[in-house]
Design a protein around this ligand. Sequence first.
Ligand code: PAF
Length: 287
Amino acid sequence: MQVVSPTPGVLVAVRDVDSLRRRIQSWRREGLSVALVPTMGALHKGHLTLMAHAQKLADRVVATIFVNPKQFGPNEDFAAYPRREHDDFEMLNAAGVHLLFAPDVGAMYPQGFATSVRVAGLSDILDGEHRAGHFDGVATVVTKLLLQALPDIALFGEKDYQQLAIIRRLTSDLNIPVDIIGAPTVREADGLAMSSRNAYLTAEERAAAPALHRAITAAAKSIAGGADIAGALAKAREELLKAGFKNVDYVEARHAQTLQRLNPGEPGRVLVAAQLGRARLIDNIAI
Ligand code: PAF
């Protein structure tokens, strides 16, 4: 694989699938490899780290920006979700990303669109219990993006750990010929995982938010040290409520790959989702 160094200022943006495919096919004819980095925009340092990671692994990097209506519930923040396409374009351009695919809703879901991809089991637990239909929306759009671009690799952040597990499952189940790469969560200096939704936090909430990372780090350490799992998780929940989180949807220790019940000695992950003001924050950490 020939890896070229990124050249800032070469970004081309396309909105339709034909243009996306034409450009990717021309790279393929030159023998170049392609990485896809799907996003919903409102880009931050976490996304740029993913782009930089992609640049190390492939010759050409395609970013996508699409705020996918199918993964938002009726009472969720689809309308309010931050949209900053101009700034995002500048950031991707400066980072040396080669192609931006930014379709509109009509291009992704034209009149008569009737297909849904559902990963049973994995989509019904943890976040799936609190966000009905969310992972079906994610699975549907990611399947479409992968089939539209047919990249060699696609990168997703580990911050959305359950999403990553679902995407691995669906690409394997549907024989989509792509390597899914999970990239470590990028954090602020105080431990808060970077997220476009952090923009919803007031100054006071932002000061309280690192409690999320602190609580799951402490729980993971206790569990790794042999502490009672239920006790460690109850303590984490208590810490979050004390820090000002309104409610904790879940704080759970699960098997790192299957996300099922964790048995002693198995690789584990602590996963959390909790509401702080307007922001529903999620995070996870290895045990
Ligand atoms: O993680 C996200 O930003 C989104 O869920 C994704 C993978 C781009 C699908 O819309």
